[in-house]
Structure formats: C-alpha cells, structure tokens
Write a protein that binds this ligand. Structure first.
Ligand code: DSN
Length: 419
C-alpha cells in the first residue's frame, strides 16, 4: 500500500510501518480510538484531497464540483438516515471545530453555555479555562451528584440553569461511562429557554448501532460528533440537526464561511463510506459487543474491589481510580501497562486531587478490540492481566503479561479488510 512513500521518503515510510506494526500487535484500549476499514482509508487517500470545494453541494465557490457534490450529498444523506436527523453538516474538520462552529451558530459573545464539569467527564471544548472559548462565552457547569453511581444532579442543574439562563444546555462527555437522562435535559432546557445540544462524539457509533438511546428521540435539537471513535470512520467531525431548518442554516453558515475554509473532500468521502458501513445491520452487533466487552472488563475490576467512577459502565469505556484502588498514579499505570503491550490513557477523575499530567485515574475501552473480534472472555482476561500488572509491577509479571497479550493479539488479528 505504501510503495510510493517507501521509494520516495524512507523516514516517513518507516514511521508509518512502525505505527502499523504497533497497531497490529498491541492491544488498543484508548476508548476514543478504533481501526477504520481499508475502504475508509482508500477514500482518505483518494484524489478528492486535490479539490477545493468551499460552499455546499450546488452552491460552491469553485468550478469542477460534479463529483464532490455527489460525495458530500451521499455523506449527508447517509448521516441523516443513521441518526434520524433532518439536516447534516459533514464539513467540520474534527470534533472541536464542530463544537466551536455550533456555539458561534447559536450564540453571541458573552452568552452562557451550561455543560458537564470537566473532571466529571466533560470535554475541553465544553468550557475548559485553557481554551479560547472561555474568553468569548460564559460557561457554567453541572456535576454528578454521586460519583459512585454516576447520577447527575438534575435538581441542581435546574436551579443553576434557572438562575443563569444558559442559551445552550450541553450534554455529552469524553470520560463518563453512563447514559444520561435525556428527557430531564430537554425538559430543563425548555424550561429556561436553552437549546438542548448533545455532543455524542464518544458514543456516536453506539447510537448508530442502536445499542444506546438516541438523544433526538427525546427532543434534543442538535448533536455534534466526531466520526472516528465508536463510529469507526475517518478522523473528522459532523453536526446534525433534528428538524429545525433555521438552526441547520445557521450551522452551515457558521462552519463555512464562519469558521473553516475548503472542506476536506477526501475525508468527507471517507465519512460517506463509514456511514454506509454503519448502516449495515452487522454494525448493530458490533455496537452491542463493544458494550458487552466493556462491561466484562469493568466486572473484573469491580470483583477485585477496585473503585470505578460511576460504579461500572453502560457504554464503551471504564474510568478506574487506580490511585485509590492500587496506589499507583494514572501516569505510572499508563506507562506500566504500555510496557505490557496495552495502550490506554491516564485520566482525571471527578474532583481529582492529583494533577492532570499525572492524575488518579486510567480510562480504557473496547471499540478497537471489539473490531478485532475480542469477546467477553478475552476482555475478562485482558482486565485480569491489567490488574496483575498494576498490583505487582515487577519485570517478571510485566513480561508474562506482555507475552499473553501478544498471544491474545495474535489470536485476534486486525481483520484483513481493516489493515
Ligand atoms: N481526545 C478525545 C478523547 O480521547 O476522548 C476527545 O476529544
């Protein structure tokens, strides 16, 4: 596949080869990562990368759009079908620009957004002080009432929303292992005149595969997402509007020309390919298995007495407080498990007393290994090995785990149509 790079640029070729080997042999547990199909990768490397296509199908600023219009229309139609939306904007380059574009479409500078507290699972773009967004908009937060069950404090949310009158009530997260009570979000949003928006970046594939609830069924107006996590598509973003033409028009204008220039047409083609894959009934089985596998891993940690944020999982990810459970920091746990061939990420936990660069938690999940065909039994074994490594930490234990991880990996090669 990389013949030309190999002949022309050995340094880049070697790095790509190295990464491919890493992805083939290690066990990828970062819950926001996945393997995309070769069809998706072919679209990404297609000639569509050569084309400027500012504007939208039928209304572009450059000529020669016969094929780009077909591709973008296919992506939009498939996205709408997949998520039950009337409108789709498939141009955001990633999840962050999707959220930024959505904010600017719906708000004026100084307006208020209410989102999940970052240490309780929210995302940087939901109002972390390090982002420029906080210089423009006013962010207020809601939290979990009970970190051990994951229950959100909806009464507090209602009271704070009534006081501060946010224009957007934002649901969604990047490190929260439970489903939200969508009806409560929508009710509170309507009570205070806010637009209910859900950032489904992490669970888009689970929604598409009907393994979890669809926020649109509860009246959310807008969903923002990435396409490369559980949805198993190219690195990119998207904004879906349930049924308001007015909102959809504002979003289109905000993404282009408000925020971005030329859309990445090769990525949009890859999104279209990924959406077709996700519309196939087999994707429903995949999505269900992702959750079953994550639950199997959580159960092993719970049986060992570990503290899991929210007490388990109902989706694709697990957030373990390894500092309390095993007296190891998230950073050290990440490094140690990496030595055993397991890739995951350190992660802050709710109201963490440790610093973000070496927090109390680790976050892991099953989208990638489920693509490789890992089942509940395999996932149980991976979790057991993780715990052994976290507890003993010596060279022999790490070496033994590494060998078994390599065996497991060998038994479930990345499918040929994926790598
Ligand atoms: N960086 C992503 C994640 O890992 O969850 C969120 O943008």
């Amino acid at each position: 596949m990389y013949d030309y790079i190999e002949a022309q640029d050995k340094e880049v070729f070697d790095a790509i080869e190295g990464e491919e080997e890493r992805e083939r042999t290690g066990i990828e547990l970062i819950p926001s990562e996945n393997y995309v199909s070769l069809a998706v990768r072919e679209a990404l490397s297609s000639v569509l990368t050569n084309k400027y296509a500012e504007g939208y199908p039928g209304k572009r600023y450059y000529g020669g759009q016969r094929y780009t219009d077909i591709v973008e229309d296919l992506a939009r139609e498939r996205a709408k079908k997949l998520f039950g939306a009337k409108y789709a904007n498939v141009q955001p380059h990633a999840g962050a620009p999707a959220n930024v574009g959505m904010y600017f479409a719906l708000l004026e500078p100084g307006d208020t957004i209410m989102g999940m507290d970052l240490s309780h699972g929210g995302h940087l773009t939901h109002g972390h002080p390090v982002t420029y967004l906080t210089k423009i908009f006013n962010f207020i937060r809601y939290k979990m009432k009970d970190v051990d069950t994951g229950e959100i404090d909806y009464e507090e949310m209602r009271a704070v929303a009534k006081e501060h009158k946010p224009k957007i009530l934002l649901a969604g997260y990047s490190a929260y292992p439970r489903e939200l009570d969508y009806q409560k979000f929508v009710d509170i949003a309507r009570e205070v005149g806010a637009i209910p928006v859900m950032d489904v970046a992490h669970i888009a594939g689970l929604i598409a595969g009907k393994a979890v609830k669809n926020p649109f069924d509860y009246g959310f107006d807008i969903m923002t997402t990435t396409t490369h996590k559980t949805l198993r598509g190219p690195r990119g973003g998207m904004i879906l509007t349930r049924d308001s033409e007015e909102l959809a028009k504002k979003i289109d204008k905000s993404i282009f020309p408000g925020l971005q220039g030329g859309p990445l047409m090769n990525t949009i083609a890859a999104k279209a390919v990924c959406f077709k894959e996700a519309l196939d009934p087999s994707f429903e089985t995949y999505a269900k298995n992702v959750i079953t596998n994550a639950k199997a891993m959580a159960d092993v940690f719970l049986a060992d007495g570990a503290r899991l944020i929210t007490g388990g999982t109902s989706n694709h990810l697990v957030l373990a407080d390894v500092w309390t459970s095993y007296q190891i920091s998230g950073g050290d746990a990440e490094k140690l498990l990496d030595e055993a061939g397991i890739t995951l990420n350190k992660n802050s936990i709710a109201d963490d007393t440790r610093k973000p660069m070496d927090p109390s938690g680790i976050r892991f999940g099953t989208p990638a290994i489920t693509t490789r065909g890992f089942n509940e039994k395999d996932c149980t074994r991976v979790a057991e090995l993780m715990i052994e490594v976290l507890k003993k930490r010596d060279e022999v234990t790490v070496g033994k785990a590494k060998k078994e991880i390599a065996d497991l990996s060998g038994r479930h090669p990345v499918p040929e149509s994926f790598i």
